[in-house]
Write a protein that binds this ligand. Structure first.
Ligand code: PLP
Length: 386
């Protein structure tokens, strides 16, 4: 649906949904409106439909369907978990300086309410290798740390964190790990059976291209009873809302539109058909294509501006963030003006933002509808503005 006169290099923020997926969503909405009670009442036909989607998600991420609940988005998934943590005064929760502001706010509020504190591990950026992530986090762990929120793919810097190693490190110190994987499904192969996070949440509407909005929350079986949704509803005390307390609580957040969830299998089927691959990961071809495009697009910009790599290619999926040294001292107004010019004069939509005191960055996304030529023109436009 992207306007043809727009160079949309920001798939990472809210995704973009293919027409056939929106048509499928519309079909579900029509079925709902034709017979609202039969369709929407959990004890009638809604739960089996949700369970089919749950199975699709479980297959893609290699997890058990019983361990998956649905949420509107990753922000809601993180909120549900951190607000359920039995925090005590003096506890420490570890986050990183590459974390997503909204989710860090949720951690901060839960910590404030309990008299706990939030410790920020400073991962360098530019970064040379994943070892620097492990070092930054290991140095920030203390005997008081009992929870950790880490991103699978960081939002501002677009790097893949070594989550398997981080989970292992955390568990060796009895620290529970929540992974914010907002960007991961559709960008990276996921195997939660192997990763063994305590909690993992992600969006369906980013790289799986599902309709806005939906996401999942995975919670390890033995701690599911601790986790409450952000919205308490009938499922808390009513039979028929799900096979376990966990699913029953999350299945019904009050009257809601399930069509984004129900159209998700169509979205994943559509993506799988773009670069068909044999083997257990049917999106492998698309993931490879998008990664190669992001890396090639970043190379074009780095070469045009004569800049070094801010992160190794092996730490990238289909996002790439590039600090632009010529913009490093710009005021917020000048940074905004650059973003506005890229949009109004050059028709590019992408984030331009200050990451820290030293770095003003741009972030590119690469999805199947993007082309290398777009990044070449972006490189010319950025060179003109720097
Ligand atoms: C790492 C990360 N977490 C959470 C979110 C929030 O996503 P949503 O607004 O869909 O909850 C984003 C969005 O870009 C993100 O990048």
């Amino acid at each position: 649906m992207i306007r043809p006169d727009l160079d949309f290099l920001n798939h990472g923020s809210f995704g973009a949904t293919p027409r056939c997926v929106l048509e499928d969503q519309r079909r579900w909405q029509t079925l709902l409106e034709e017979d609202p009670i039969e369709f929407l009442a959990p004890e009638r036909s809604l739960l089996p439909k949700l369970d089919l989607v749950r199975k699709t998600v479980a297959n893609e991420i290699h997890a058990s369907p019983q361990d998956i609940a649905f949420v509107r988005n990753a922000t809601e998934g993180v909120n549900a978990v951190v607000r359920s943590w039995p925090l005590r005064s003096g506890d420490e929760i570890l986050v990183t300086n590459h974390g997503y502001n909204a989710c860090i706010n949720a951690v901060g509020q839960a910590a404030d309410a309990a008299g706990a504190s939030v410790v920020t591990a400073n991962i360098p950026f530019p970064i040379r290798d994943p070892e620097e992530v492990l070092q930054a986090i290991e140095q920030s762990l203390t005997p008081r740390t009992n929870w950790m929120l880490i991103d699978h793919v960081t939002s501002p810097t677009g790097i893949i964190l070594p989550v398997a190693e981080l989970i292992e490190l955390a568990h060796s110190k009895n620290v529970r790990v929540m992974v914010d994987g907002a960007h991961a499904p559709g960008m990276l192969p996921l195997n939660l059976d192997e990763l063994q996070p305590d909690y993992y949440t992600a969006n369906h509407h980013k790289w799986w291209c599902g309709p806005k909005v939906s996401g999942f929350l995975f919670v390890k079986e033995d701690i599911q009873n601790e986790v409450l949704p952000s919205i308490i509803s009938h499922g808390a005390n009513t039979e028929g809302y799900g096979p376990s307390q966990f699913q029953s609580q999350f299945n019904w957040p009050g009257t809601f539109d399930p069509s984004p969830l129900l159209a998700l299998p169509t979205a994943i089927d559509f993506l799988a058909g773009l670069y068909p691959t044999d083997g257990p990961n049917r999106l492998a071809g698309l993931m490879r294509h998008n990664h190669e495009l992001a890396v090639a697009g970043r190379r074009v910009i780095l070469e045009k501006l004569n800049l070094p790599e801010p992160a190794p290619e092996s730490m990238l999926g289909s996002l790439a963030t590039i600090p632009i040294p010529a913009w490093g001292n710009h005021s917020p107004d000048r940074v905004r003006a650059i973003k506005d010019t890229l949009r109004s004069k050059h028709h590019f939509e992408l984030p331009v933002f200050r990451f820290d005191t030293a770095n003003v960055c741009l972030r590119i996304s690469a999805q199947a509808y993007n082309t290398l030529e777009q990044y070449e023109r972006l490189a010319d436009a950025v060179a003109e503005l720097s």
